[in-house]
Design a protein around this ligand. Structure first.
Ligand SMILES: [Zn+2]
Length: 407
């Protein structure tokens, strides 16, 4: 083994047991990795040819997998945030020309290099919160040119940056101003021009739609997603965020890999997820950021055996956070997941929702050496240290990609 390293003096190491489909916590183990891959986890593995890393009694977890983000935006929207705090609803702000459509205007006129610099900074920031893989969507361009530009930018950054990025085409995020009065013409543009170009250039693996009252109806969503599926893309959906209009039933019918948000899901909707084998991705930081009290029924979904995943939904309008530890805290308090369940939702279940669970999402031999060394020794500390930057160092494919200054 070349460049083999061993981490010793570990407080707890959180892994996953695929037989029981639950997390497993080890004490007093070492972890050996080489060439970016975990080789062995067990007791007393030290030998002379291994380079020693002393964990000083710290907790070690898998790197987080954030399966729902919107990082390709230009301007931030803190003025809208203030409007909301002063009483305007998200939907009212959108109707007044704010919301996603204001991000569309600023993205379309952005300088490519400046935009790329901003997105690169955001990728660096994912590392500092312990996230080692993300799913990232387009969706602030809403024209063929700017949607393709957003995905090409993500593809370039995926090649240049050590963070792994799974790309999703979200041309159906909102109707652009020029198609407000003619929805079918915009859907035609997506189907006839955008999707074929995305597939031809290999720019995305998934297609997503914002299926919601006042945005894309179930019928409109189905047109886009059926076309995407026909072209070989995987399907994800923003569904039942504000109104249960049947997005989850559509997700199940089309064989979607995930349905996301689900704050307004009904019991019949939960049945549909189970029957359709659709992974629920819950975004409790969005509910919190919007100042709402109506969280997705995470506890109920977990108890019914669904492999619940959680994500930041990082975006400039409704969830300006990249912190999975913060999402885990909110998932414990508001979705009523236990700390260990929330950790599972943020790692292996999230990896499964990206069809990457054979390579990432848990600390097991032959998986990528993507992990976090924490400043404390027990997994309960992750939700407990609320909003505190409690990470010592972050490792991607066996290489340290972030460390606390002074460590
Ligand atoms: Zn979203």
């Amino acid at each position: 083994m070349n460049n083999a390293k061993i981490i010793s003096n570990i407080g707890e190491l959180v892994s996953y047991d695929s037989d029981s489909k639950s997390m497993k916590v080890y004490q007093n183990v070492d972890m050996v990795f080489a060439d970016g891959v975990i080789r062995e986890i067990g007791k007393d593995l030290f030998s002379g040819e291994l380079e020693l890393i002393d964990a000083e009694g710290s907790l070690i977890t898998p790197g987080f997998v954030d399966p729902h983000t919107h990082p390709v935006f230009f301007e931030t929207r803190e003025l809208e945030y203030e409007m909301r705090i002063m009483g305007k609803s998200y939907m009212e702000i959108a109707a007044a020309g704010g919301g996603i459509r204001s991000s569309v205007r600023s993205l379309r006129s952005a300088d490519y290099k400046e935009l790329k610099g901003k997105v690169k900074q955001r990728l660096d920031d994912f590392f500092r919160y312990g996230t080692t893989t993300i799913e990232a969507k387009s969706g602030y361009g809403l024209s063929t040119e700017s949607e393709l530009m957003s995905l090409r930018l993500l593809k370039e950054l995926d090649d240049e940056h050590p963070l792994d990025i799974k790309r999703t085409f979200l041309g159906a995020h909102e109707y652009p101003d020029e198609y407000r009065e003619d929805h079918d013409a915009y859907i035609d543009l997506i189907i006839q021009e955008m999707l074929p170009a995305v597939v031809r250039e290999g720019l995305a693996e998934f297609c997503d739609v914002f299926c919601e009252e006042g945005v894309f109806s179930v019928r409109e969503s189905r047109r886009v997603l059926e076309a995407a599926k026909f072209l070989g893309l995987g399907i994800r959906l923003h569904a039942e965020e504000f109104k249960p209009i049947g997005g989850v039933q559509l997700a199940a019918k089309l064989g979607a890999i995930s349905a996301d948000h689900l704050t307004a899901i009904t019991d019949e909707g939960i049945d549909a997820l189970i029957e359709g084998n659709v992974i629920p991705i819950l975004l409790p930081a969005t509910t919190f950021f919007l100042g709402s009290d109506y969280y997705a029924p995470g506890r109920k979904m977990w108890d019914r055996g669904l492999p619940v995943a959680i994500a930041t939904d990082f975006n400039p309008g409704s969830s300006m956070t990249q912190s999975m530890p913060l999402v885990i805290s909110i998932a414990c308090l508001k979705l009523k997941l236990t700390p260990l369940e929330a950790l599972q939702a943020a790692t292996i279940n999230a990896a499964r929702s990206l069809a990457m669970d054979s390579a990432i999402g848990s600390l097991e031999p032959d998986k990528q050496a993507d992990f976090v060394i924490w400043k404390f020794n027990r997994y309960q500390g992750i939700p407990y240290y609320l909003g505190y930057q409690a990470i010592r160092s972050v490792w991607k494919r066996g290489r340290e990609v972030w460390s606390e200054p002074g460590e």
